[in-house]
Design a protein. Structure first.
Length: 204
């Protein structure tokens, strides 16, 4: 049974991500998993950590694990460090920047393959504000979280096109029948302000 996190568990998730980055700044080590976390943090879950600037909310890093290959707590720590220091789109986060970012943790459901025969069938099975997407085509793969098309007000077709681009493919790769598509859902927890209160982010 795939259980959602409570708000209190979501708060722990976001604080764990911030603590992991802070520890790396101070000691240059991957923080060990704290003792006595709620049981759900020892279950294997997919997760992404996103860093956004505050107050303008511009992306500053986002990396994670699409598949449930690590216990949630470990996955949060590793994804937070990677988002801060290893996202190839950005230079490593500085300590001054760290004081002015908000952290968002998205806990994922396991990806489900979308079965379809035509692009139209594919589009009908995707819900904006609910689904995230993964495309796999040859050696290429790309992922966009459920919140991304909402933030940019994309249509389903635009969402597909941008997922193709994220994979390094042409924006019409969803017309290629050899490309595989997967969808997943995400439970999003975010800081209201840096070091501030944590809330669950609703997309609808």
């Amino acid at each position: 049974m795939f259980r959602k996190l409570t708000l209190e568990e979501g708060k722990i998730a976001v604080k764990l991500a911030r603590q992991a980055i802070d520890t790396f700044f101070k000691d240059r080590i991957l923080m060990p998993l704290p003792d006595n976390l709620p049981e759900i943090f020892y279950e294997k879950r997919g997760v992404f950590t996103t860093l956004n600037t505050y107050p303008d909310h511009k992306l500053r890093g986002c990396i994670g694990f699409p598949e449930p290959i690590l216990p949630l707590g470990e996955a949060i720590i590793e994804s937070a460090i990677s988002a801060a220091f290893r996202d190839p789109r950005f230079p490593p986060l500085t300590y001054d920047e760290f004081q002015n970012i908000v952290i968002e943790v998205t806990v994922l459901t396991p990806p489900q393959k979308i079965e379809f025969s035509t692009p139209e069938e594919l589009m009908k099975q995707i819900k904006i504000g609910e689904d995230g997407l993964i495309v796999k085509c040859g050696f290429h793969s790309g992922l966009l979280l459920p919140q991304v098309p909402v933030e940019y007000n994309w249509s389903v077709e635009e969402f597909l096109a941008h997922t193709c681009l994220k994979a390094g493919l042409s924006p019409d790769c969803f017309l290629n029948p050899e490309c595989e598509w997967y969808k997943f859902q995400g439970q999003i927890f975010e800081e209201v302000e840096p070091f501030g209160e944590v809330r669950e982010k609703k997309l609808k």
